[in-house]
Design a protein around this ligand. Structure first.
Ligand code: SF4
Ligand code: SF4
Length: 343
């Protein structure tokens, strides 16, 4: 049969591919296909993804772009200017960064029922297959800290709103394809998106409730939530930000990067008890600093990608400023957000 000569003015593109090429463009990336690499960035705005012939049957360009965007969330805004997001793909700092990326991928896909459709296809797939439930629960894990900071970034430019809109569009395409899906395809593994928590936050996977959450507080006799800023019911299930208990020993946020000065009054007993810890700034006194943290704070070093406990060496004599700092308060939440321990 001879084709009727005609002018072709548009090209067809798979809708999921179109969504993620567009999302990458909105975030500031130009996607090209390459025979040379599985996935790489050049630090100048190009994301190269392997050609279809180099991919496995369960790879999709959409998932691979999403995976790379999760890497950029973990590595931060500056990573757009570094080849391969500044990752060297070897060495001791590689695994926890990959694990953080997959924790982010798990949380973001879980919000839309896309965990199977958008499962990673890298050599870290075994780690993904072991994930379940609240993958941010262990705050001593370096990869969890990095994942929480990444999730905070996901609601800021350049990722927002493109990333969440692309996930929502993917979920709509997936739920429409599900009805027609062949059983051996990823489309048949699409799940329904979970309902939102009554506060509007994403639903969580912890077994707790608002009543057992560290961020609930009493507001004029009623229960309220510091994370959502709204009233809550003690029986409501956990949202994604539920934290059963706050542990200052695994946190130390208020004593490290969160605040840059702890002012002390001249009459505070700590001045006489620990003079080596006090600095006279002329018009005021403050507790000595050690780099970006209070000099009285010990511990918190990372060993085997786990953060060791913190300890205040003047805890019993700590200044009034520290004694007045309340666990679970709005200031506590701010401090924890600054160091990547709370969303
Ligand atoms: S952060 Fe805690 S109190 Fe607030 S909505 Fe989530 S589970 Fe409930
Ligand atoms: S920020 Fe809150 S949880 Fe962390 S050490 Fe300070 S009081 Fe404790």
């Amino acid at each position: 049969m001879t084709a009727v000569p005609r002018e072709v003015t548009s090209r067809y593109i798979d809708p999921l591919t179109q969504v993620w090429l567009g999302a990458a463009r909105l975030v500031g990336l130009h996607v090209v296909r390459t025979p040379d690499a599985y996935a790489s960035t050049d630090g100048r705005g190009t994301l190269a993804i392997g050609e279809d012939t180099a991919l496995d049957a369960d790879d999709s360009l959409a998932q691979m772009i999403f995976h790379e965007l999760c890497h950029s969330l973990v590595e931060g805004e500056c990573s757009f200017e570094a080849p391969d997001w500044g990752m060297d793909n070897t060495g001791p700092d590689h695994d926890w960064r990959e694990h953080a990326c997959l924790r982010v991928q798990w949380v973001l896909t879980g919000r839309h029922g896309l965990r199977k459709l958008f499962a990673p296809t890298t050599e870290f797939r075994a780690f993904w297959d072991r994930l379940s439930g609240d993958v941010l629960a262990d705050r001593t894990e370096r990869s969890v800290e990095a994942a929480i900071s990444a999730l905070q970034r996901s609601s800021r430019a350049p990722w927002a709103p493109a990333l969440s809109e692309a996930l929502a569009a993917t979920a709509r395409i997936a739920s429409n394809a599900l009805r027609f899906a062949d059983p051996d395809t990823l489309w048949s593994a699409v799940a329904s998106a979970p309902a939102l928590h009554p506060t509007g936050l994403p639903l969580g996977e912890s077994a707790g409730t608002c009543g057992t959450c560290a961020w609930r507080f009493d507001s004029r006799g009623k229960l309220a939530c510091r994370q959502s800023g709204s009233r809550v019911d003690a029986a409501w299930p956990a949202c994604e930000r539920h934290e059963a208990a706050l542990d200052c020993q695994t946190c130390g946020a208020c004593c490290r990067a969160a605040y840059h000065s702890v002012e002390v009054s001249k009459r505070d007993p700590v001045v006489k008890k620990h003079p080596s810890m006090i600095v006279d700034r002329g018009t005021y006194l403050e507790v000595l600093r050690d780099g970006d943290r209070c000099a009285a704070l010990e511990g918190g070093t990372l060993a085997n990608d786990k953060r060791e406990p913190f300890r205040c060496v003047i805890y019993d004599d700590r200044p009034k400023t520290c004694r007045d700092f309340t666990l679970g308060s709005a200031n506590c939440l701010t401090a924890r957000r600054r160091v990547g321990l709370s969303q």
